[in-house]
Design a protein around this ligand. Structure first.
Ligand code: PHE
Length: 452
């Protein structure tokens, strides 16, 4: 392979939007609002913001520092910073995690796209039983979800092969503002419904009685997942940052965008749900069963508004999923491209085809074809292994690596752009990485495993 100059993002805005695109995903829409409503409203939001500041931003900075310093894929980055040795295994774990998440994230992304089509064709109309049946039939159908997943993969693939600046950056600059506009339109429509106030107060009124250890751990876990920490997306994107990128500012801006989108998602879902007296849940059932009903009933007197809101909602979800899937795909593409010394296009094809095959099995495992391992469907198993095991392990080891093993001057150089910035927060950052984050992540990990 001809050695060419390594790709870079072309602008600051591109960096922020692409990385925020990775962070803003299904987690913002289907998990955060529900957790907030269940765990004390405004109290949860405050705790969540605390977790983002103390845990999320330092962990993002870890990956930014490693990626930008090494300017290479994740495995080689860890290897470079540690001078070879076993630390590269964390990089490998990150790539593996990214690879597996790509596979099943694409399945759900395909569902979103299918729902765009179904809303467009006016198929999401009917009583609640019908909507429930529609989802069950669709997700258990052997081939339909696979076809939609493949379409989604191909869209991602063609963005990725166009490169970092012309592909990922350009697409993010187009998609993120669109996503934001769609979100605002739906929020306004939802908040104008009669009885919407009850949803807003459910989301925001602080209920201190809900405060307990579980809430803290839930908030930490969500902060971690929502910021895409721990699986190499941030590290890989940071390898395309410029030497002038202000890492602390970028991490903070991305975290703010991610939080704002999550809170707006709450304002999109709860007012509409409460206006028709439905109490919203979370996860796939919220997005694919509860909400189509809610939109239909809430805008029952203006069916055309209901139609448009439903359609925009699934378009928004598909965009959120696409920008996240791009970042996941890029982790493995960069890895194959650089480690196997093949072209970027060939690397991307390896990722797309392997992940599509694994994704197809994940999809089938939800239907009549029972593919079970350790008592879980393949889909649930991947979700569990990556989200609850690999992610925290990767995040934890990265903190230990950077906080205790990488020479401090290297971290300081990256933190301050080689002394050009003042780096006033360096001490706090280092303290967080050495002590606060490892302890926090360990607690989340044990909690998710049910040990504490
Ligand atoms: N952060 C994304 C979300 O909130 C999920 C994600 C995780 C995306 C890891 C990319 C990588 O949904």
């Amino acid at each position: 392979m001809k050695q060419t100059k390594r790709a870079n993002f072309g602008s600051r805005l591109g960096i922020i939007l692409a990385t925020a695109g990775s962070a803003v995903g299904l987690g913002n829409v289907w998990r955060f609002p529900y957790m907030t409503g269940q765990n004390g409203g405004a109290v949860f939001i405050l705790i969540y913001i605390g977790c983002v500041l103390l845990l999320g931003i330092p962990c993002m900075l870890n990956e930014f520092i490693i990626g930008r310093r090494a300017q290479t894929n994740m495995v080689r980055a860890y290897s470079k910073l540690s001078g070879g040795g076993p630390w590269r295994l964390i990089g490998l774990l990150g790539v593996l995690t990214g690879f597996l998440i790509t596979s099943y994230y694409a399945v759900v992304s395909g569902w979103c796209l299918q729902y765009v089509y179904a809303s467009l064709a006016g198929k999401l109309k009917g009583d609640p039983q019908y909507i429930q049946q529609f989802f069950t039939d669709f997700s258990q159908n052997p081939w339909k979800p696979i076809v939609w997943m493949l379409i989604f993969f191909l869209i991602t693939h063609f963005i990725i092969v166009r490169g970092v600046e012309k592909g990922i950056e350009r697409a993010s600059k187009l998609m993120m503002p669109t996503l934001f506009v769609l979100l605002l339109i739906i929020v306004v429509a939802s908040c104008m419904l009669p009885g919407a106030g009850k949803g807003i107060s459910f989301l925001f009124s602080p209920d201190w009685s809900k405060l307990n250890g579980e809430v803290f751990l839930g908030a930490m876990g969500q902060a971690f997942y929502s910021l895409s920490v721990g699986m190499g997306c941030l590290c890989t994107y940071a390898s395309y940052f410029s030497r002038d990128t202000h890492l602390v500012h970028s991490a903070s801006q991305i975290a703010v965008i991610d939080c704002v989108v999550a809170i707006l998602a709450g304002l999109m879902i709860f007012p509409a749900a409460f206006s028709v007296g439905v109490s919203p849940d979370s996860g796939a059932s919220l997005v694919f069963i509860t909400l189509p009903n809610v939109f239909q009933q809430a805008f029952g007197s203006m069916p055309i508004v209901g139609y448009v809101v439903g359609l925009l909602f699934y378009a928004l979800l598909s965009l959120a999923a696409l920008t996240s899937l791009m970042s996941l795909h890029e982790v493995s593409t960069a890895f194959f491209h650089e480690e196997l010394h093949i072209s970027r296009r060939a690397g991307a094809w390896i990722v797309t085809s392997c992940c599509a095959v694994i994704g197809a099995f994940c999809s089938l495992s939800l239907g009549d074809v029972h593919i079970e391992l350790f008592g879980k469907s393949l889909f649930d198993l991947f979700d569990f292994v990556t989200g609850q095991l690999f992610l925290p392990i990767g995040g934890f080891l990265t903190c230990i690596f950077l906080g205790w093993f990488v020479p401090k001057h290297i971290i300081h150089e990256e933190f301050t752009n080689n002394g050009r910035l003042r780096g006033r927060l360096f001490g706090i950052y280092l303290f967080a990485v050495r002590f606060v984050c490892p302890v926090g992540i360990l607690l989340i990990f044990l909690n998710q495993l049910g040990v504490i």
